[in-house]
Design a protein around this ligand. Structure first.
Ligand SMILES: *Cc1c(COP(=O)(O)O)cnc(C)c1O
Length: 367
């Protein structure tokens, strides 16, 4: 069977060359006579794998020495709670509300803080843009943003100035999609299943001074950053196989020119697709210019009757799948379609999608 173009929002497409290496090394990785899946995480065979992944990530993201890199489990969703548990000193935090994941992060913060100030929101227009937030001041423990909003397809172009307040960002769906100045943040986190690896590992990049040992004893051992930082992410069994695949993906990113190379590739794909949508009289993008994601692109057809649109969208998604273009259904909150074009999606995939869309528009005229 030939491979499809997979536009899933996550877990998502991985570079084919990476999957081929996985297959080749499945039974015997580097002459050890074992699959990585079978290796003890404390073995001499596994140690260079996890250490290599950290070194590669540090190099590709230019992570400064005063930041720790942690490989955790529980997804980005567990970070929504771990962040307030570990960073709480006072009783106030600030969040920007730009979508579904932001809202979930806010809800978790409310378990730990009596004041969670929503300092910016794009709810007034269905989260189709990034709100203006130049400066945040106040006695906040941290300021939280979702850098790329996977469901609504928006991305922060300008970071707010938070002065000495640590800026915390969820970068699950944009990590390594373009260069990012890590030193502007106190903490960054990402579930790996969008841009880095199969599901199962979460990357946390945290400035050392934010890793505290004087946390209340009610914070469980496994939910403390210091536990994982002190033990090189080996306090318990880390997700060994996804970490190994991440290493292969990072090698691929490096071959493609690192974060700069990814940006070039991603801008080319996104520009092609947005230009197509902006010049179409059949489809349109849902997100305003200036807030558009490079990774997740929701779009609608010009059918405005809700019932007819639902039927048309369903037809689009199933005919696209039959043509080898899968997982294009939009999130139910946005409707329509969504193409997630993460790092590993090729320009050929985007071109194939555009060709399909042109054909579909011709075959399904809307009055
Ligand atoms: C997918 C996603 C999440 C949830 O990640 P899990 O690893 O499933 O918990 C959180 N935030 C963003 C921005 C996402 O894209």
């Amino acid at each position: 069977m030939s491979r499809v173009f997979n536009f899933s929002a996550g877990p998502s497409t991985l570079p084919e060359s990476v999957l081929e290496i996985c297959a080749k090394e499945m039974l015997d990785c580097h002459g050890t006579g074992q699959s990585v899946m079978e290796m003890s995480h404390r073995s001499a065979a596994y140690k260079p794998i996890i250490e290599g992944v950290e070194a590669k990530l540090r190099e590709l993201m230019s992570i400064p020495d005063n930041y720790k890199v942690l490989f955790l489990q529980g997804g980005a969703s567990t970070q929504f709670a771990m962040i307030p548990m570990n960073l709480k000193k006072g009783d106030k935090v600030a969040y920007a509300d730009t979508g579904v994941w932001s809202k979930k992060a806010i809800e978790e913060a409310r378990r730990f803080y009596s004041t969670v100030d929503v300092v910016a929101s794009s709810r007034d227009r269905g989260c189709c843009y990034i709100p203006k937030l130049d400066k945040v001041e106040g006695d906040y423990d941290y300021v939280h943003i979702t850098l790329n909003n996977t469901i609504f397809g928006t991305k922060w172009e300008h970071l707010p100035d938070t002065g000495t307040i640590p800026l915390v960002a969820d970068i699950s769906s944009c990590i390594l999609s373009e260069p990012l100045d890590v030193s502007k943040f106190g903490l960054l986190y990402a579930g790996a299943q969008k841009n880095l690896a199969p599901a199962g590992v979460t990357v946390v990049i945290v400035r050392e001074d934010l890793i505290r040992e004087d946390l209340p004893s009610s914070v469980p051992t496994m939910l403390r950053y210091d536990t994982h930082a002190k033990n090189g992410s080996m306090f318990n069994t880390p997700p060994t196989y996804p970490i190994y695949v991440m290493g292969l993906v990072l090698d691929w990113v490096k071959e493609q020119g690192g974060a700069e190379g990814m940006k070039k590739r991603n801008v080319e794909k996104a520009e092609l697709f947005y230009n197509y949508l902006d010049n179409s009289d059949y489809y349109h993008a849902t997100v305003e210019k200036g807030s558009r994601s490079l990774m997740n692109i929701p779009f609608l057809t010009k059918e405005i009757d809700a019932e007819k649109a639902a039927i048309l969208n369903k037809k689009f998604v199933s005919e696209a799948a039959a043509a080898g273009l899968v997982n294009l259904a939009g999130h139910r909150l946005v409707g329509g379609m969504r193409a997630s074009i993460y790092n590993a999606m090729s320009i050929d995939g985007v071109k194939a999608l555009i060709d399909f869309m042109t054909k579909f528009a011709k075959e399904n005229p809307v009055a």
